[in-house]
Ligand binder design. Structure first.
Ligand code: IPE
Ligand code: IPE
Ligand code: MG
Length: 246
């Protein structure tokens, strides 16, 4: 066999297709500087802008960011208010740039728990960007995986009870269609910043076979170069899906 027919080893292996990030460490970033927690969240919002831009430049097709969990409501009211204020600001100030850069925005989570003006901003941002195709940017707000899975199970049970669905027709595909991420391919890489090594109720169903990468960097310090490093690590991993390779 001539070398001309060998695959070009200089080409990087494909992927990741969908990078999900648990953006953690804003509070510790602020504390280390003697600043209030909100200062860390503000710098965290700057990191979101950087990372969304960086992901587009790196050619990542889908980026999903965990911004606010169903459990984060247990934080002091002032911090929750600050976070919701930053979300409002982000949705308004970033919309033009996201749109210009070809990003399709989707907000994933239980909207019933959000303020009506935020829901309107979300709907407007999604409508404006829905035809874009360079990068999908999903932001998880008031998201909890157990809540999502429970709601899916409840809706399927209601359909069975109403005689609209046979229980034995519920397979993975049917179940997935009831999840908030319906239509979004599963993440193949999950990154968590700040040194914590846990999932914290994020995308439990969807990350069944995701590669997990934990980095010590606090979220406000995270940038394109960290994302690039995680992608390189992802490409070195051997993904087996329970099978045998080689
Ligand atoms: C991540 O940073 C932002 C949210 C969870 C909303 P944290 O606020 O959790 O920061 P730490 O973990 O206290 O450092
Ligand atoms: C997970 O971070 C939620 C988000 C990043 C939005 P937390 O800081 O809330 O998680 P725990 O409390 O460390 O598990
Ligand atoms: Mg945290």
């Amino acid at each position: 066999m001539s070398t001309a027919s060998l695959p070009a080893h200089s080409d990087p292996p494909p992927g990741p297709n969908h990078v999900a990030i648990i953006m953690d460490g804003n509070g510790r970033w602020a504390k280390a500087r003697g600043l209030p927690r909100v200062a860390g969240h503000r710098r965290g919002a700057d990191a979101v802008r950087r990372v969304v831009r960086g992901a587009g430049e790196l050619g990542i097709p889908i980026l999903t960011l965990f911004a606010f969990s169903t459990e984060n409501w247990t934080r002091p009211a002032e911090e929750v208010n600050d976070l919701m204020g930053l979300l409002r600001h982000y949705l308004r100030s970033e919309l033009e740039e996201l749109h210009r850069n070809g990003a399709r925005l989707r907000v994933i989570g239980n909207r019933a728990g959000l303020a009506p003006d935020i829901v309107r901003d979300i709907e407007r941002a999604e409508a404006m960007t829905h035809a874009n195709s360079r990068i999908d940017v999903n932001i998880c707000v008031n998201y909890g995986a157990r809540d999502e899975i429970l709601r899916a199970a409840r809706r399927l049970a209601e359909q069975v009870a109403a005689g609209e669905l046979e229980a034995d027709r519920i397979d993975e595909g049917r179940f997935e269609r009831e999840l908030l991420t319906s239509g979004v391919p599963d993440p193949d890489l999950l990154i968590r910043t700040s040194g914590e090594q846990r999932i914290s109720n994020f995308l439990l169903w969807q990350c069944a076979y995701a590669e997990l990468i934990f980095v010590d960097t606090l979220w406000p310090d995270f940038g394109k170069e960290h994302l690039e490093r995680a992608m390189a690590e992802f490409r070195r991993r051997e993904r087996r899906y329970g099978g045998v390779v080689g």
